[in-house]
Design a protein around this ligand. Structure first.
Ligand SMILES: Nc1ncnc2c1ncn2[C@@H]1O[C@H](COP(=O)(O)OP(=O)(O)OP(=O)(O)O)[C@@H](O)[C@H]1O
Ligand SMILES: [Mg+2]
Length: 258
């Protein structure tokens, strides 16, 4: 049985993946701050809708929906229009980070801003997964991006709760039959995710990073794993342009003797 694929439509990337992501699975997209994770995710959704007639859901716990709509205009992506056409849904769960002085302790807490449907309360994984199910049915979504796992998991202090949340999310996505990108922040080049468990729960892992080249920095990506398929093992150069991300297969990041 051959693996069914889902094309990302990101120029150059599907070639590296042997045709695209495995369909119906979750891929972890990780990297440091500003490496292009959110743009990558939104481009995957935008291409799905505009090139492959596959509707999409963006769950954002990072930037608000308003800021995302505004920021994506530079790439010519009119998200508002796709939302109005019921081809895209943005679940805006962007939390407000505030400093709490409870018990005289100076600690950071994650609070969730009032949600139009859910009102003002804690916004947990169960709330998010039920919204995902609801919107998937409503717009027949085939793709989903979750930005980011890190923000969701920062609410927890123990590894058990973290694993539970990831498993709940992965299970939801599996039964929903959507192809998903889960975004996770990586604090350093050598770590994948922050909690050590993220890569084991996804079917594939893509790492975005930046490298110093003389006086400037270049962007590169590695496909660290993609279950069930052969894929490129090369570190590959990419750029963020006014048309979004462009990947350059064959453009080596390191010399062979490095
Ligand atoms: N039009 C553009 N042309 C070139 N580069 C751009 C353009 N727009 C944004 N960028 C680059 O993309 C970066 C932001 O990408 P993105 O928001 O996807 O990163 P991220 O990995 O999600 O970051 P974070 O960890 O902060 O969420 C900017 O820092 C900038 O370098
Ligand atoms: Mg981001």
């Amino acid at each position: 049985m051959t693996l069914k694929r889902i094309e990302t439509g990101i120029p150059g990337l599907d070639e590296l993946l042997g045709g695209g992501f495995p369909r119906g699975r979750s891929v972890l997209l990780t990297g440091g701050a500003g490496t292009g994770k959110s743009i990558f995710g939104i481009q995957f959704l935008y291409n799905g809708i505009t090139q492959f007639e596959e509707n999409g859901i963006l769950v954002t716990l990072e930037e608000s929906a308003e800021i995302i709509r505004e920021n994506m205009k530079i790439f010519g992506w009119n998200l508002k229009k796709l939302e109005e056409e019921n081809r895209l849904v943005i679940i805006d769960a962007a939390p407000i980070r505030y400093k709490s002085f409870l018990d005289g302790k100076d600690k950071y807490k994650l609070a969730i801003k009032p949600h139009p449907i859910l009102g003002e309360r804690e916004f947990g994984i169960q709330d998010i997964t039920s919204l995902i199910h609801e919107y998937r049915r409503k717009i027949d979504a085939k793709r989903l991006v979750f930005d980011s796992l890190t923000t969701l998991l920062l609410q927890h202090s123990d590894l058990f709760a973290i694993r539970q949340d990831i498993l709940t999310l992965v299970k939801t996505l599996k039964i929903s039959d959507m192809s998903s990108i889960l975004i996770a922040e990586s604090p350093t080049e050598n770590e994948i995710g922050r909690f050590g468990v993220e890569p084991f729960l996804a079917e594939g892992v893509i790492i975005l990073y930046m490298l110093r080249r003389g006086n400037t920095r270049i962007r590169a990506l590695d496909i660290q794993k993609m279950r069930g398929t052969a894929h490129s093992m090369d570190s590959t150069l990419f750029r963020i342009t006014n048309e979004g991300i462009i990947v350059y297969p064959g453009e080596k990041v390191f010399r062979d003797d490095q």
